[in-house]
Design a protein around this ligand. Structure first.
Ligand code: ZN
Length: 307
């Protein structure tokens, strides 16, 4: 057992121990203490303690992923649904354990994992796009996490969906939880796809059922997935024009739709700018545990660099 990960979420803090092949050996979940920061810090420290005890190694590299970010200028965290906003989590852990633990956005951790031995192995500029309940992305350049001013991941979910595709599909500006209207997340995420199904089919239908119907040859369901692929391709074109990656890895619940990478690639080809070559679009190799794998591997690699 060589490294560990802590995945912070609004409902659970999950500890995960990896062996030398980066295979999961053990996991343990505890409910996230949401009452206040002190209770949360106790729960987090307890999970780190569990990992080091199980590994029999007090210096076990442990990385921590969070659905938010840490400002590199102040070390203050920002996350919704977890009571750590404005807090220096690293300082509290240093006081308790006498060492540093890398804290990383969960989408960045996902991109790091897929760039190192995953679906994007060998690519130079990798974007990992998670399309689950929400939508977010991480970026890895030359195998490293690039420095960023605010410590933001690629917050593509809260950029605006281009008007050209909304007009083309006769879709409204859907309000987003962030306070703005027409955010990409509201069309591309699992929640977004369910809303589009409702608008286009006139019935509430789960994404799993939509996918089943499309696979069975239902043309209306297939059309909804094609329309969703056009919207998703617009998000990918936007990222390409800003970052120009050579590989985009899809993760999260919607990446499990049969043939999703092919469907999005076809739409991307139709919507790309001029003669640009589009990046490889692939689905994640390490599934739901990819983010935990990424942050654990990052902690392991950084520990190696220090010695
Ligand atoms: Zn938004």
């Amino acid at each position: 057992m060589i490294c560990g990960a802590i995945d912070l979420g609004g409902t659970k803090i999950e500890g995960r121990l990896f062996d030398a092949n980066m295979e999961t050996v053990l996991t343990r979940r505890i409910p996230t203490p949401v009452s206040d920061f002190d209770a949360f810090a106790v729960g987090l420290a307890e999970q780190i303690e569990w990992l080091t005890t199980k590994a029999g190694k007090p210096s076990l590299p442990v990385g921590i992923s969070l659905p938010g970010w840490v400002d590199p200028a102040t070390n203050e965290a920002f996350a919704s649904n977890i009571p750590i906003t404005g807090r220096d989590v690293g300082a509290v852990l240093f006081k308790r354990f006498g060492r540093h633990f890398p804290l990383m956005n969960d989408c960045m951790a996902f991109a790091y994992s897929e760039a190192h031995g995953g679906a994007a192995a060998g690519a130079k500029v990798v974007i990992g796009l998670i399309i689950g309940t929400g939508m977010g992305a991480g970026i890895v350049i030359g195998g490293e996490i690039p420095p960023r001013f605010n410590g933001l991941a690629l917050e593509i979910g809260h950029t605006g969906m281009p008007a050209r595709v909304l007009v083309e599909q006769n879709l409204p500006l859907i309000p987003c939880g962030c306070g703005k209207n027409g955010c990409m997340e509201r069309y591309v995420s699992g929640t977004g796809l369910a809303d589009i199904s409702k608008i286009k089919l006139g019935i509430a239908i789960s994404n799993e059922e939509l996918s089943r119907r499309a696979e069975a040859g239902d043309p209306a369901a297939g059309k909804v997935l094609d329309d969703w692929a056009e919207l998703t391709a617009e998000a990918l074109v936007t990222m390409q024009l800003v970052v120009d990656p050579d590989c985009i890895v899809l993760g999260g619940g919607l990446s499990n739709i049969t043939g999703v990478a092919e469907r999005v690639t076809l739409a991307f080809e139709r919507r790309k700018l001029g003669t640009t070559r589009i990046p490889a679009v692939r689905t994640a190799r390490f599934g739901d545990s990819s983010g935990a794998r990424g942050v654990a591997l990052f902690a392991l690699n950084k520990a190696g660099e220090r010695h």
